[in-house]
Design a protein around this ligand. Structure first.
Ligand SMILES: [Ca+2]
Length: 231
């Protein structure tokens, strides 16, 4: 019984700080751009606040329903609505969230889907790059190399872990100004955040393989203890 309790405790120690345990989710208001409901598509200029919870920044974007160009292969990643961050054509457009509630010092995993499109009758719109800011600070660029050879929507989920710096957080996404990114079709949808309850701060920023190795090492260690306990 004692051995069992020891092993249970060791397992708990080995896993704490290494495994992301979702504690809560869906805290980005209207992260899927489903509100307000639109029938087709509409252009939005910088300063526009018509998309619930978001302000358009940088350049004109398109607020779209899958009904608009779904027949050509262009559909949302989540629900039926999404953003197209190049408007009709052009780079640098995006959206900034209204400040929403976070817990200061807490680890969060931000995930969002970026879309590249192959439009029926027109061909591939090319690779896409989306730039991310958190609380006004640039946090990186995310690339989706289009993998389609026929009409369709190529959505890819991007992940970024960070520590909230205050009681509210602001997210901003823009299509990249880089010419490596399409100026005609950069999708954004399904922005969500999950609180990472079990990730301790010393591990923040470690690349996934390192965490996996540490986890593997921890499990190997447990195996050794189990072998020892069996003797
Ligand atoms: Ca959506």
């Amino acid at each position: 019984m004692k051995k069992h309790r020891l092993l249970t405790r060791l397992a708990s120690v080995a896993l704490t700080g290494l495994v992301a345990v979702p504690a809560s989710a869906a805290i980005v208001p209207n992260g899927g751009f489903e509100s307000p409901d639109i029938a087709s598509w509409t252009l939005k200029s910088p300063g526009d606040t018509g998309i619930t919870g978001w302000t358009v920044v940088g350049n004109t974007i398109s607020f779209q329903d899958s009904a608009a160009f779904g027949g050509l292969g262009v559909v949302a990643s989540e629900g039926s609505q999404f953003l197209e961050l190049t408007g009709i054509v052009g780079r640098g457009g995006g959206v900034r969230s209204d400040p929403f509630s976070t817990v200061n010092g807490t680890n969060y995993r931000l995930q969002f889907d970026i879309g590249a499109f192959f439009v029926a009758g027109q061909g591939s719109y090319g690779d896409v790059i989306v730039d991310l800011w958190i609380d006004g600070v640039a946090r990186g660029s995310f690339t989706n190399l289009i993998g389609l050879s026929g009409p369709g929507s190529d959505w890819e989920t991007e992940t970024f872990d960070f520590i909230a710096a205050g009681a509210t957080t602001t997210l901003e996404f823009r299509s990249s100004l880089s010419t490596a990114s399409s100026d005609l079709g950069v999708g954004l949808d399904n922005i969500r955040m999950t609180e990472l309850a079990a990730v301790s701060s010393p591990l923040q920023g470690l690349p996934e393989p390192t965490s996996a190795l540490l986890l593997a090492a921890g499990l190997t260690g447990l195996g050794g203890i189990r072998r020892f306990a069996r003797r």
